[in-house]
Structure formats: C-alpha cells, structure tokens
Design a protein around this ligand. Structure first.
Ligand SMILES: [Zn+2]
Length: 225
C-alpha cells in the first residue's frame, strides 16, 4: 500500500451529497425508512482508478473491468463504512478505489477503534509509507519499525482485516520482487540507485514495495516522520 493522491473533488459529488446523504443517515442513524438503493459513487469509480492507473489502493493489484464480477473487479469502497458513518456516504475523501476482494470479502463493514491506514490520507503524517514496510524474503507487508504502539496496532489491524498477507498477495509481491532484483542485478552498481529512482517515478504495480527499495537504496529521509 502506498499513498494515492485522489485529486480535487469532481463536479457532481456535492449535488449527489445534498440529495442522497440524508437517506443514508435516516436509515443507519435513526432506523427510519428502507435501505437506500442509490450508489452514485460508482460514477466516480473510473476517476478514482485513474489516480492509481487501475491498481487497487489497498492491495495494489490491477483491478479488472468494472463489468467483471467478484475477485479483482473494480469497486468504490467507503473507507469509513456507510453503516457506521452514513454522513460520509457521498464524501469524496471517503471513497477508495478498491478491488472486490479487498472491499467486499476482506474489509466489508469493519471499522476497528483505531481505524485503518488510509491509502488516500489527506494528512501527510497519515500516509501508508509511514506505517508499512515490506519483507523482500517473504513478500509480507509488515508494520514499519519504530512505530508507536497505537500506530503499530493500526498497521497490524489493516494488514489482518484487509488480508494483505494472504497467500495470493504474497505470491504477487514475491514475483514482483524477483523481477525487480533481477533487473537491478543486471545493472552496474553505480547505476542501481538511478534505476530505483526511475522505477519509483513510474506508476506501475507494487508501488509500496518500490518505496521500500527506494529506502533501502539510501533515501531514508523521504518517508521518515
Ligand atoms: Zn485489492
């Protein structure tokens, strides 16, 4: 996971918010009326996906076309779930471009007391790069060393509830690491740092892992608190 800049709120969100938020608040906050059926956040799914070149903001794997069903099809996740935060149903900063698996099979309606690490965090001090590191030997995403207790628990909860170390994600990361290291080793030593910089600048897959390698290649300042 790494930070994604979701960009400014597009035209149209505020209008939907004015029209439809109250229905969600009535249903979940006051147990009034039936469950709303609107889902106009889907109109902004493509705009959100463009910000990460189609990668799920949580697991960083490529989402399939929205018309696909299940698995890694593209969805819009409500970072703070509608059932507990109905006021945020049409809040632009609460929408995350997510694969179906992360959204609807792993995270679902969960919201722990400490919350989750937000890949679209508006606050620089809350960005995922500060919470996570990667173990290149196992492919695991791990809490960043040196986190305070609550931050470490939040990182651990995010990893567990989103299934970020499930076997299919591990294989994906290990394969990426293998290819990355092969490319790196093929270069003369004095060109490797430039290669990592180049890879960092390209918005392809496994962005979070690339940040980890960036650090390992001697750029510790960029993500330190
Ligand atoms: Zn995902």
């Amino acid at each position: 996971m790494r930070w994604v800049d979701r960009g400014p709120e597009p035209d149209g969100v505020a209008g939907y918010a004015r029209q439809f938020t109250q229905g969600w608040v009535d249903y979940f906050r006051h147990q009034r009326g039936g469950r709303p059926t609107d889902s106009f956040w889907r109109e902004f799914r493509a705009a959100l996906g463009l910000r990460s070149d189609g990668l799920c903001w949580y697991c960083e794997r490529l989402c399939q076309a929205a018309s696909e069903v299940g698995g890694r099809s593209a969805t819009v996740d409500h970072f703070r779930p509608r059932s507990q935060f109905p006021e945020l149903a049409y809040e632009w900063t609460n929408w995350i471009f997510s694969c179906y698996r992360c959204n609807s099979e792993n995270k679902m309606d969960k919201w722990p007391a400490l919350g989750y690490v937000d890949p679209g965090a508006g606050d620089e001090r809350e960005r995922p790069e500060l919470y996570f590191d990667y173990d290149p030997l196992t492919g695991e995403i791990v809490p960043h060393p040196g986190l305070a207790d609550n931050d470490r628990r939040k990182a651990e909860g995010t990893i567990a509830d989103l299934g970020l170390n499930k076997i299919d994600v591990l294989f994906y990361r290990l394969d990426w690491t293998r290819r990355f290291v092969e490319d790196l080793r093929a270069l003369p030593a004095d060109a490797r740092t430039d290669f990592v910089d180049y890879a960092w600048g390209r918005r392809l897959s496994s962005l979070g892992q690339r940040g980890c390698w960036w650090r390992r290649c001697g750029r510790p300042g960029r993500f330190s608190r």
